[in-house]
Every structure is written in structure tokens, then in C-alpha cells.
Design a protein around this ligand. Sequence first.
Ligand code: SAH
Length: 233
Amino acid sequence: GADIGSQKDRVVTEEEWLQKWETGNIGFHKEQGHPLLQKYLDVLLKGRSGLRIFFPLCGKAVEMKWLADMGHKVVGVEVSEQALKEFFAEHGLPYCKEPVPEISGAKKLQSTSGNISLYCCSIYDLSSSIAGKFDGVWDRGALVAVNPCDRQRYASLMITLMEKNSSYLLVTVSYDPNKHKGPPFYVPESEIKSLFGNHCEIKCLQKVDDFSDRHRQWGLDYFLEVLYILKFI
Ligand code: SAH
């Protein structure tokens, strides 16, 4: 495979993620939402309404509100309860919280209107028997945040969550992995193919130059976002 430098052994613990939320170290959060989802929304939805859309490792992604407002059912999963509470608070959405009987310690935070259900637990605790299957996925800051040693497990799980005829928009990042330890981690195209290629058709939709001061401070001199569409048959 392609060179991913020393990243293959790097591990970020759940505790470290919780700490990022507690200290407000959340430079990954996009207050205005992601322009690539706006641009490729129709590739995901194909004019259909009332879809079930999954947001793995959702943080407080505002795109969840966009899709719920369009009439879709949104399901997310996130280890940080703080992130999920901030999501509902920042959009002025009332919600209720209940345990998830199948997963010890997990909670489900659900908007009172019922169209946004966010699981507070590790994604590895979810399954299609708990969360159902999905017509669409928005994966931004998710596969690239997964520890490299867990990618296979993550991809296998995601594949089990996909309905027939579903679409999965995947945003990866590309930069010199010898210059920044991640996350986000560099995921080469060859790896996308080996993780998902046996189960779907994969197309690269766009590469965008996303280089900013933040990346310069990481010691990088280029940073790209790469968008793929995975079509499950
Ligand atoms: N997708 C979001 C958040 C990206 S950051 C966005 O685009 O803004 C990655 C998020 O994954 C963090 O909020 C972190 O708390 C969460 N996370 C990390 N490991 C996780 C796991 N195993 N299960 C669920 N959430 C996890």
C-alpha cells in the first residue's frame, strides 16, 4: 500500500477525544457546514425524500440539522455527550435522553420532533439491529478520525449498515503523513478501494485545496480534501 508514514501505529483514545471537547480543542468543527455536502447533496439524495441518513462520529455537525430540515431522518453516533448536547442547544432543539437497552452505558438523545436520533457511545457498539440500515451516509471527519489500526473494523461495520441502493459520501484528506501525526489521518485512495471496493462502486468526485494557516502550523505545505461517492448495489 501507499506510505502512511508512522501514522499506522498512532492511537487516539476515547478519553483524549472527550478532553478535546472539554477544552474546546475542536478545530475540526465547521460552523457553516461543509460546502462539499451542499454541492453534492443530490448525488447523495437523488431526489428522494424521507431517507434515513447516518452521520458516523458526528460531533455537532450542523449538516445533521440541514438534512433533518429537508425531511430526512438523521441518526448519528458520537462518544462525547457534550458534543451532542451542544448540537441540540446551538440549534434550539428540545430533546429527550434515554438509555439504549442493548448497549451498556449508552444513551440516545432524540429531538422531541423525533427526526434526529444521536447515540452517545462508541460506533463499534452499534449494529444494524440497534440503529437500522441507512439510505445515505455523510462521512466527514469520521474515517479520517478512526485510528488507522481500526479502519478495517470501521469499514466492515459501515458496510453492514448500508441499505441496497444506498449512497455514501466520504471525505478524506491528503497531505504528507510524515509531517503531521494526525488526526485527521491521511487515507490513500488505494486503501479506500481495499476497505470498500468489494462491496460498492467507488468514484472520486472532487479534490479540493483546503490548505490554511491551521495546516501550516501543523508543519504541512499542502492539504487536500478528497470526496468519494460509494454506491452500494
Ligand atoms: N464528523 C464531525 C466530527 C469530526 S471529529 C465533524 O465533521 O465535525 C471526530 C469525532 O469523533 C469527535 O467528535 C470524537 O469525539 C468522535 N469519536 C472518536 N472516536 C469515536 C468512536 N469510536 N465512536 C464514536 N465517536 C467517536
